[in-house]
Design a protein around this ligand. Structure first.
Ligand SMILES: NC(=O)c1ccc[n+]([C@@H]2O[C@H](COP(=O)([O-])OP(=O)(O)OC[C@H]3O[C@@H](n4cnc5c(N)ncnc54)[C@H](OP(=O)(O)O)[C@@H]3O)[C@@H](O)[C@H]2O)c1
Length: 308
């Protein structure tokens, strides 16, 4: 049986960040538990030699006993659970605030030593977007139960399996235009998912990271228009970049919200009205540089996975 220092429970570990993180955890010899609602989906990892150290566990996230069981005996808990669009069954309030509070409470009661919680750049209690407000409230709800939790706010993430760049690359294949919501002026500071994973290991290793907030972005700031142009350059596609006024984007989003997986929601339109960049750090907060890390440029990674 693995010693508890080597046991990590990763909630939300079946997603985009989860795949990159679990690959690294397994390679570094950790025993990884991944509670999930859909264990049948499996994981797409390149760790056949180490696969025994990674275990997907069927878990109903509303069942306290199941959550406790998946945390019991672990020394590290990492919460990657998050949604970009809320549903009736899974509101942002539930997923981003109540669920992290429950995980932090159980982790503290079970004697977990390190709790890492993924929030998002733009988390703000006064944001017009519910996503950003609930991400900020979730940070507080985690701290209430696990005061020295480490909270990370990454910017837009890129890497194989990302939903942003892969989606626009796919759209560029089949559509005559790419939409520039609100004119495409919103600024982003994209971060490589591999750098986020490196940052997670860095904060776990540093005692001075405990109880702190880290705002994590890449080196370069791009407008939405520049990101769309980059997608076209990398994939060798040419299509029209079509400005879509905010009001029209909201009307279209209202229609898309009827779809099972909406490509755009009204809340996302609200988020796009605010630049998604690191900016000035809140008091006591850190960034990639304060962890001694240098971001990987977007241009170095995008061509390695975007389909042409
Ligand atoms: N991707 C980005 O660009 C980005 C940027 C900033 C912040 N973040 C944050 O980083 C974290 C990870 O993002 P990601 O891109 O890896 O997300 P993802 O690919 O959508 O994966 C999220 C995971 O959360 C779990 N999940 C979602 N809703 C749940 C619910 N109601 N109950 C239980 N589990 C639920 C899912 O696990 P199962 O379906 O297996 O149960 C899923 O694997 C999230 O907190 C996200 O908000 C992401």
């Amino acid at each position: 049986m693995a010693s508890s220092e080597r046991i990590v429970t990763v909630f939300g570990g079946t997603g985009f960040v989860g795949h990159a993180l679990i690959q690294q955890l397994a390679e570094r010899g950790y025993t990884v538990r991944i509670p999930t609602r859909h264990p049948d989906k499996g994981l797409d990892l390149k760790i056949s030699g180490l696969a025994g150290q990674v275990r997907l566990i069927q878990c109903n996230p509303r069942c306290e006993a199941a959550l406790t069981e998946s945390i019991k005996g672990a020394s590290i808990v990492i919460n990657l659970i998050g949604e970009l669009a809320e549903t009736k069954a899974n509101s942002f309030q539930y997923t981003h605030v109540e669920m992290p509070a429950k995980l932090a409470r159980i982790a503290k009661a079970e004697g977990v030593t390190s709790f890492v919680h993924l929030s998002a750049l733009g988390a703000n209690l006064t944001s017009p977007a519910t996503y950003a407000r609930t991400k900020a409230a979730g940070e507080g709800s985690v701290r209430a139960f696990f005061p020295d939790a480490i909270i990370l706010r990454p910017g837009l993430l890129f890497g194989p399996r990302d939903s942003f760049f892969n989606r626009f690359a796919l759209m560029a294949r089949f559509m005559p235009f790419l939409p520039l919501i609100g004119g495409g002026h919103t600024k982003f500071q994209p971060l490589y998912v591999g750098d986020l994973v490196t940052a997670i290991f860095a904060v776990l290793a540093r005692p001075d990271a405990r109880g702190r907030l880290f705002l994590l972005g890449g080196n370069d700031v791009f407008t939405f228009r520049e990101l769309m142009q980059l997608v076209l350059n990398v994939t060798g596609r040419s299509c029209w970049l079509l400005p879509v006024p905010w009001k029209l984007a909201k009307a279209k989003a209202w229609f898309f919200e009827k779809w099972p997986t909406p490509p755009l929601t009204r809340d996302q339109v609200e988020m796009l009205k605010i630049d998604n960049v690191v900016g000035s750090l809140p008091k006591g907060a850190g960034n990639l540089a304060s962890l001694g890390l240098t971001p990987t440029p977007l241009g170095a990674i995008l061509p390695t996975y975007l389909a042409s």
